[in-house]
Write a protein that binds this ligand. Sequence first.
Ligand SMILES: Cc1cc2nc3c(=O)[nH]c(=O)nc-3n(C[C@H](O)[C@H](O)[C@H](O)COP(=O)(O)OP(=O)(O)OC[C@H]3O[C@@H](n4cnc5c(N)ncnc54)[C@H](O)[C@@H]3O)c2cc1C
Length: 531
Amino acid sequence: MEENIFSRNRIINDLSLTNKWDVIIVGGGATGLGVALDSVTRGYKTLLLEQVDYAKGTSSRSTKLVHGGVRYLAQGNIDLVKEALHERGLLEQNAPHLVKNQSFVIPNYRWWEGIYYTIGLKAYDFLAGKLSLGKSTHINKTKTVERLSTLRQKGLYGGVVYKDGQFDDSRLAINLAQTAIEKGATLLNHFKVTDLIQNPSGKIIGVEAQDVETNKPYSFSSDLVINATGVFSDEILKMQKSDARKSIVPSQGVHLVFDKSFLPGDDAIMIPKTDDGRVLFAVPWHDKVLVGTTDTNLDDHSLEPQAQEQEIEFILKTFNNYLDKPVKRSDVRSIFAGLRPLAAPKDNSEKTKEISRSHKIIVSESGLLTITGGKWTTYRRMAQDTINKAIALKKLPKKACQTSNLSIHGAMPTHDRENHLYIYGTDQKGIAALIAADASLGQKLHSRLPFCKAEIVWAVRNEMARTVEDVLARRVRALFLDAEAAKEMTAEVATLIAEELNKDEAWKQNQIEAFTKLANHYCISNSAVSI
Ligand SMILES: Cc1cc2nc3c(=O)[nH]c(=O)nc-3n(C[C@H](O)[C@H](O)[C@H](O)COP(=O)(O)OP(=O)(O)OC[C@H]3O[C@@H](n4cnc5c(N)ncnc54)[C@H](O)[C@@H]3O)c2cc1C
């Protein structure tokens, strides 16, 4: 196979061309990828290492909203909302193939809610300024039911409609990684940072890392290492100072995925105040409905957080409060949990809902920069602030940020979202060319999901996918949309990847086993079992 710009061999072979990096980033989620792109487009020599895969952590497990956060507005956090609404507008402009203008309806079951939410959402529109996605309006009961045909009608007064953004989180991560590579950065997935290198006075001068596929160790030098590892931040902080203060409180959010028949139509539902006082969304996503989320404080974190039984029950019960046709456990197609890397409060008495959702940059004495908190929507601004901080600390020569109007890989105006390949933007042409060359690649992989064989080949050749999980979880979203279907696709997908990567039968069997075990935890019947 011809080596292209995204080939792992090419990237690994080129590592030796650079003796010292201007910036090394640890972690390939939204935050790290944003920093890599910001850094390389300012002209710095940039290396990013991700231990598993781009968006393996929280960044593939979000509610898929590009939003200002209506809830933070209610809490009076105007600056945070304004910043996020600005970023929402930029992301829609820079990645229009991935970000969709989504209408949300807040159903009103109390007489005063119509006025209350209309006023609040007018303020939301106002804060978005010229990047507003459309005006909020009040609608009567008939119109509300026309838009949300499965909504509980008893006691309904009407609804308030507002606009926000909706996206595909891991696809954006992959496209960000591709953009950074195209701009000249070096990015590697399945490459773990195992230690930080410090000089005798304790200053960081590089990282030790390991290619997870070959176990080969590497050392990379740089005076600037940026820790962008989300809920894993404290592990990196401890590498440079074993008694570093806890910086992260993980808060778990669970989502359940159902067939679209439970919420037909184009509108999402937003429930501003559930029984536990948080927001619940039911959002159309890739021809399914995503419902969530919860907010459960955890002491521990892992790469595969598990939904707790009470979280599943809470979502089912709350969603059913708003439906005429109730959902059952057996209707759940996939269940996934993610961990919010919330910045730890100084005062331990703060609850997660009150803990700051804005981002925070920690500068350690060793020179390590840690960027935590924030949200997907604000990844670009977080990156800009991080590199600006490094410049202010004189770790980098001053250069202006370039990302406000930077197109992300695949960007093209997208109006027709009927064909599921729209998500690839300009890369749709590449997938079509694969099918034109070999018609068998046009075959679908499962009757319940739209994905075809060409997408698997494309993911391996051009999107740095290395495993069945990389493909089925984060290139095509089968695991998150229908976990049983994803399991049923495993063998065929493993065969396609093995052919592309020249892997043997043992590798294939290993992959099938590992992915089936993982996917079991996304199936409702296995949800309470720990991984
Ligand atoms: C339930 C939930 C719903 C959310 N919904 C939304 C939403 O709708 N909209 C929104 O804007 N935001 C949302 N967010 C927030 C958003 O998803 C997160 O803020 C964002 O994804 C965090 O990205 P990150 O890069 O900081 O962390 P992560 O995505 O977790 O990335 C950290 C990465 O570091 C890697 N790593 C760790 N240790 C090492 C090491 N030693 N070497 C190399 N790599 C390492 C990990 O493998 C991981 O991939 C939501 C969050 C949650 C939990």
